[in-house]
Ligand binder design. Sequence first.
Ligand code: NAX
Length: 333
Amino acid sequence: AKDPVRVLVTGAAGQIGYALVPMIARGVMLGPDQPVILHMLDIEPAAEALNGVKMELIDAAFPLLRGVVATTDVAEACKGVNIAVMVGGFPRKEGMERKDVMSKNVSIYKAQASALEQHAAPDCKVLVVANPANTNALILKEFAPSIPEKNITCLTRLDHNRALGQISERLNVHVGEVKNVIIWGNHSSTQYPDVNHASVITTNGAEKSVKDAIANDDWLKTEFITTVQQRGAAIIKARKLSSALSAASAACDHIRDWVLGTPKGTWVSMGVYSDGSYGIQPGIIYSFPVTCEKGQWSIVQGLKVDEFSREKMDATAKELMEEKSLAYSCLNR
Ligand code: NAX
């Protein structure tokens, strides 16, 4: 039998946390034969709610769940964790300035970076979900220099899955028959959902490019892109709450593919530290197409980038550079 893996979820008393922890405990993230010990962190005002989540986890009698740590102590939460899913953060409230939200999150991610560095397992893999996800991940990377930079990522898989979903709805095919969309850049409304290299299995079993199958460039270049970019806002409008089950599911997809590998011929989108691929400047966490093998991701190389894509990829990189300087100005305050 496998040894249990310790998985940290921060912000575990929140909406995404509530959807995510049962998925992890059921083996959705690490597989049906992998026992887990859940470490759940939240802040003092949510301590009682967090304990309630722990009670429910016990009541669910998950066979794979070998232990639950529920705490408001960051060091205790990080102790020995192999996977860290960072969902906790400071939300933007009405009337708040961007700079003030950034400032709160910078201080949270700076502190949690140190705790992970000191207490997590040496090869801990980190996924930042909390917004601004790319920049929170960058701050975490900067303040945890002993964690390999390849181990620090942010979530753009929800956007990737949303793009797959839109294509599958449009073509009326199962979502599993669509692959290789790309989310470039920031997990924000400047992200660029790109279908230029995506393909679909048609009803007769043949593989076809999504561009040919849809045969409507205008839709792909306008409505498709804005629908994916604005999907989070559409969910808030409908639910009066932000995406939670889809975000939790995407976090599981992200970690599962990273740890267990992507299927042959398939790539996924992950926010990773830029190495200069596709002319994107190093020094930011940017979403790229990646394949994963043996617990390591690598950026898919050699994809053709046309002028339309270039412009959109650069615009979202520019926004990340601006977020980075805003974050640094908060650090120096
Ligand atoms: P909630 O407000 O329901 O939950 C957040 C939880 O984090 C709360 O329980 C809060 O007490 C806790 N928290 C705050 N500061 C903390 C700290 N310093 N340490 C530990 N816990 C702390 O938000 P929820 O809807 O669960 O969303 C969580 C985060 O995910 C938000 O930042 C949200 O913007 C972000 N999202 C990111 C997505 C992505 O694709 N990357 C999509 C979904 C989501 O919008």
